[in-house]
Design a protein around this ligand. Structure first.
Ligand code: MG
Length: 363
């Protein structure tokens, strides 16, 4: 029965998890941190002993530091531990960058955390492992961050896959290998198995997927309640949960940085025109509309002005209109002297374009 169900599941699911996300970002931005044991969190010495480790790099993990550990405890485990305070604005911005890359592959995206998501790429003709490789390459090109990826036909296997080879690993679990993969999995690695469940399993003498597979559904229900069913199907490499598309984009936009500052109003207008047509093309392609249009301008002194206009109805996707709005803001912010280094146009308050219902009835 389970084998029959498995065989029917022909989806292509990818689970992506950026390795030690916050820590990796901080090491990327300050390479001196790479060789040091690093914790993202408040330094207990500077904050009266308060603080929790949000993420630790792999050097610190080897010394026994892990996320959610109290900072004092972490420092006891690893006395030369370096603390860097988290910068969530930065992490959110990078997460948005990564999500924009996800959208190059599919619109069926279920974000789990800033650094983690499920992608259903079933509708793409390329093979899932090829797509996973491309995805990893794109993330590296755009962010210089590594990730671990699991590829399979359901979410649970994809997630187990991404956890299998960390960091910077890819694990592909096709149908013909799935049952063996699950059989060989240590019981602690099954989804949802925490300390309490593990204790119960120890008492029952259950050590791995093979032992779990041998337990009856009734027994699993007796010991674990409704979670018993989850375990029963996990042991059979079967899971029908869909990738829940919760990825309504926060924003669609484009920025241009200029190596040589722009000094001419007409050149600025032309640059906005180019940005506007790119943003509109992107919105059209994704069938989106936005109620807020934000214009960003940065000058030579790194002075940045960002101004948004919000309407009660979505903006029409008209580049000429967008350029007019942008130039109004530009003229207000930079009345005379100018040396422009960056221009940006972004739509937010995004909603989907409604299809015309008429066509349905006309057919
Ligand atoms: Mg991660």
């Amino acid at each position: 029965m389970a084998e029959f169900l498995q065989a029917k599941d022909n989806r292509k699911i990818i689970h992506v998890d950026i390795d030690a996300f916050y820590a990796q970002v901080e090491m990327r931005d300050d390479p001196r941190l790479k060789k040091l044991p690093l914790a993202i969190g408040r330094d207990p010495d500077k904050h009266l002993g308060h603080g929790v480790v949000a993420t630790a790099n792999y050097v610190a993990r080897k010394a026994g530091v892990h996320s959610a550990m109290g900072s004092i405890e972490a420092k006891r485990a690893c006395p030369n531990l370096v603390f860097v305070a988290p910068d969530f604005d930065k992490y959110r911005a990078i997460s948005a960058q990564i999500h924009a890359i996800f959208h190059e592959f599919t619109e069926m995206i279920e974000p789990v955390a800033l650094d983690e998501a499920y992608l259903d790429v079933s509708s793409n003709k390329m093979s899932a492992p090829t797509l996973a490789a491309k995805l990893r390459k794109r993330i590296w090109e755009e962010t210089h961050l590594t990730c671990s990826v699991g590829v399979s036909y359901n979410k649970v296997l994809a997630k187990l896959g991404s956890e299998h080879h960390k960091p910077n690993g890819v694990t592909v679990i096709p149908h013909n290998l799935a049952q063996d993969f699950v059989w060989e999995l240590p019981i602690k690695d099954f989804r949802g198995v925490g300390a309490k469940t593990l204790e119960k399993f120890e008492k029952l003498g259950i050590k791995d997927g093979r032992d779990l597979y041998a337990m009856s559904q009734d027994d699993l229900r007796v010991y674990f309640g409704s979670f018993g069913d989850v375990l029963y199907w996990q042991a059979r490499a079967t899971h029908f949960g869909p990738v829940k598309d919760r990825s309504i984009r926060q924003s669609v936009g484009k920025e241009n940085t200029f190596e040589f500052a722009l000094h001419d109003r007409q050149v600025v207008e032309a640059a906005f025109k180019e940005l506007a047509s790119k943003v509109v093309a992107n919105m059209e392609k994704r069938k989106l509309l936005g109620r807020t249009l934000t214009v960003k301008i940065r000058d030579d002194d790194f002075h940045t002005s960002t101004k948004g206009i919000t309407q009660s109805v979505p903006f029409e996707l008209d580049p000429a209109f967008m350029v007019r709005q942008a130039m109004l803001i530009f003229d207000e912010a930079y009345p005379d002297d100018m040396a422009i280094r960056l221009l940006g146009l972004t739509f937010s308050n995004i909603e989907e374009q409604k299809y015309q219902a008429v066509s349905l009835f006309e057919q």
